[in-house]
Design a protein around this ligand. Structure first.
Ligand code: 5GP
Ligand code: MN
Length: 344
């Protein structure tokens, strides 16, 4: 039996919206990750099972190819590709689920449409400091993932039986990817109770791991080798490491979305390194990813210096300028707020 973490009132209110709703929109954050997709598609399958005919998943931009196998992924509407259609879906919906993000800004160019949309909004998320833009705000930052929350949410409505294999596969994918395959943020015993219930739905967890983590291209592995050998800088005094990659370098290795996934975690395997940063030059901005082990709150670092946020041990932000400028800001920030500035 799972602990009743979500407040009963929130469950009842959201359930009323679902019961009455006809046209559902599920929306997740920019650069959708396994949890954003897993939570959206998990809920998508559940609503379909409940007989809801109009259910759409919209995301701002494309997601990595290794999530395309997820049941329902082919039906996701990507705003960047089909802007008019995505915007029409948002405005037509009578119920809108905002999944795996805490403020409208996180859906990028869709944020003004989301804010203006008239449908009843329900937020389900595990990021700190949710903005007040939904009628129901189900926010529990202590949860491993939004996908875990979707499982709990459905069970609390008394609908465990309506979770089919497809929903279970999506929910498991989100839980797995947001915990680094259960290597961080994953000590809550109930996570394993949930996994056991998902396994009973017929999922093959080993296959899901392989589909997500063992389907990369040769050039991606070579890019990783290059990044580690040539582009990783270690700051021993600050217990920190930084990898930077420019557009030119990425293109040299035939970069496609998702190819640098996980790079930021690699330096954390060095003894003594407990803060790692990855700076990537994208066509429209410089993207920063931060990871820490232990107490160092990298979300504060992302918020203060890179206009971002996230979780204590996994955060990110953006920078407008050259990658070299971003590195300068990072190094200055490290001097001010690096892990060595905290009591260890
Ligand atoms: P990643 O490094 O995988 O892109 O992001 C890790 C986590 O950091 C995400 O789950 C999200 O919570 C947070 N994050 C990443 N980029 C941003 C950003 O630009 N703004 C905010 N607020 N959070 C971000
Ligand atoms: Mn998440």
């Amino acid at each position: 039996m799972l602990t009743k973490i979500i407040q009963e009132e929130q469950i009842q209110k959201a359930k009323r919206y679902i019961d009455k709703g006809n046209n559902f929109l599920l929306i997740a954050h920019v650069a959708p990750d396994g949890d954003a997709l897993g939570a959206s598609l998990g809920l998508f399958h559940y609503l379909n099972t409940c007989g809801k005919e109009k259910v759409s998943v919209v995301v701002p931009n494309s997601f990595p190819a290794y999530y395309r196998w997820m049941p329902g992924a082919k039906d996701i509407v990507i705003h960047e590709r089909y802007p008019d259609f995505a915007e029409q879906l948002i405005h037509e919906a009578d119920v809108i689920f905002c999944l795996d993000f805490n403020e409208p800004k996180r859906v990028g160019k869709l944020s003004e449409h989301l804010t203006a949309a008239k449908g009843r909004k329900i937020l389900i998320d595990h990021h700190l400091h949710p903005a007040d833009f939904c009628r129901v705000t189900i926010s529990y930052p202590e949860m491993s993932s939004t996908s875990e929350m979707i499982f709990r949410f459905i069970c609390r409505m008394g609908m465990y039986e309506a979770i089919g294999k497809s929903a279970a596969e999506c929910i498991y994918t989100g839980m797995m990817t947001d915990t680094g395959a259960f290597t961080y943020n994953s000590n809550h015993p109930e996570i394993y109770l949930i996994i056991s219930q998902l396994l009973k739905k017929g999922i093959d967890k080993d296959l899901i791991y392989r589909r997500v983590h063992q389907v990369y291209s040769e050039s991606r592995l070579r890019l990783m080798g290059y990044a580690l050998n040539e582009k990783m800088k270690v700051y021993p005094k600050q217990h920190t490491a930084l990898i930077t990659l420019t557009q030119e370098e990425l293109l040299h290795f035939q970069y496609t979305t998702g190819d640098t996934e996980g790079f930021v975690n690699l330096p954390l395997s060095i003894a003594g390194v407990d803060f790692s940063a990855f700076i990537r030059e994208d066509p429209d901005c410089v993207k920063i990813s931060l990871r820490s082990v232990g107490d160092f709150p990298c979300n504060e670092f992302a918020g203060r210096y890179f206009n971002g946020g996230g979780h204590k041990n996994a955060s990110g932000g953006e920078f407008f300028g050259t990658p070299a400028d971003a590195v300068n800001v990072f190094e200055k920030a490290l001097k001010e707020l690096g892990p060595d500035k905290r009591i260890r």
